[in-house]
Design a protein around this ligand. Structure first.
Ligand code: SF4
Length: 312
């Protein structure tokens, strides 16, 4: 991913001697192994590019932005792959459903306006949808842990609501309190969680729900990629003077990552290397710097961050 002929490099470890001055300690820069594209995002980006290459004369578009990354969206745009803010009255060609998934109703709408649907819902997101459907069908009062406005959560909720009306969405206990009587009268409560949520958020909700019901079924559906990224970054943060999280501020998994790390060590969240100068003092002061990145951050953006840090 990154190489520099003046540095000692290992696969995911870089030791960068920044100054000739013997009195200055060298900076130690570590890049997390699980930084950048997860398999769901990688699959989505590679597949839409392949679709355009395979069908250069067909209209290929994505409902919403494929991933939360401006550079990638610009690159797709330049290839002629448009992001649709909303469905047009009449569609032509292939419309891609991104990794967040969509409700069954939206799938129908895409077809009804005339598009061919290409479903790139991440398999891990599909698993959450299936679990939510299963719980709703089995008569559980369903609690989805996630932000109500997150596209993935909207799709999970819509899928579950086909089979049961008792569905709540929350990231805070306060959001559930108005429904406490309903929850208490439910025979059983089931919980699923949006794939990129923090485990601590799930735990708080579970702690609140536990005394309310005799049967509580918890499906920890945080995806493996997210939990490995978070665990690794937490370990790195324990031995780092500074953590740098690279990725979009609109991306839930990236902001969660930064939130978790801030509790362990000084952490900065940047979208590109251009923002590093805003944190010059922190970077200059730190000897051990570790870098991680959200699931929608391309390697090229991470590489530029590393290159720029060498200049401090
Ligand atoms: S973060 Fe997890 S659920 Fe989301 S696209 Fe990546 S692998 Fe899939």
């Amino acid at each position: 991913m990154f190489s520099c002929c003046n540095c000692i490099t290992a696969e995911f470890f870089l030791r960068v001697h920044l100054k000739e001055d013997n009195l200055t300690l060298p900076k130690e820069i570590t890049l997390a192994k699980f930084a950048g594209f997860c398999y769901g995002v990688k699959r989505a980006v590679e597949t839409v590019k392949k679709l355009k290459n395979d069908y250069p004369n067909r209209n290929i578009c994505v409902l919403g932005e494929l991933i939360h990354n401006t550079q990638v969206i610009d690159e797709l745009n330049a290839m002629g792959i448009k992001s649709l803010k909303e469905l047009p009255q009449k569609g032509d060609g292939i419309c891609v459903v991104r990794s967040h998934g969509e409700s069954p109703e939206v799938f129908e709408q895409i077809k009804n306006v005339g598009f061919e649907v290409y479903d790139l819902t991440c398999p891990d997101v599909k698993k959450v949808q299936q679990k939510a459907i299963e719980l709703a069908k089995d008569g559980y009062y369903l609690v989805i842990v996630g932000k109500a406005t997150h596209p993935e959560v909207i799709a999970i909720e819509a899928n579950a609501k086909q089979f049961g009306e008792n569905v709540l969405v929350a990231t805070e206990v306060e959001e559930l309190k108005p429904y406490e009587l309903e929850l208490k009268s439910a025979k059983k409560i089931g919980v699923v969680v949006q794939t990129t949520q923090m485990l601590s958020t799930l735990n708080k909700i579970v702690e609140y729900l536990t005394p309310l019901t005799k049967e509580l079924l918890i499906a920890n559906t945080i995806c493996k990629s997210t939990s490995m990224r978070q665990s690794e970054a937490k370990e790195l943060a324990k031995s780092s003077d500074l953590m740098i999280v690279v990725g979009s501020k609109k991306s839930a998994n990236t902001t969660h990552l930064a939130e978790i790390l801030k509790n362990i060590t000084p952490t900065i969240h940047i979208e590109t290397e251009k923002e590093l100068d805003n944190h010059k003092d922190l970077i200059e002061k730190a000897q051990k710097i570790s870098i991680t990145a959200g699931a929608s951050t391309p390697d090229s953006v991470i590489d530029k961050v590393i290159n720029k840090i060498k200049c401090y």
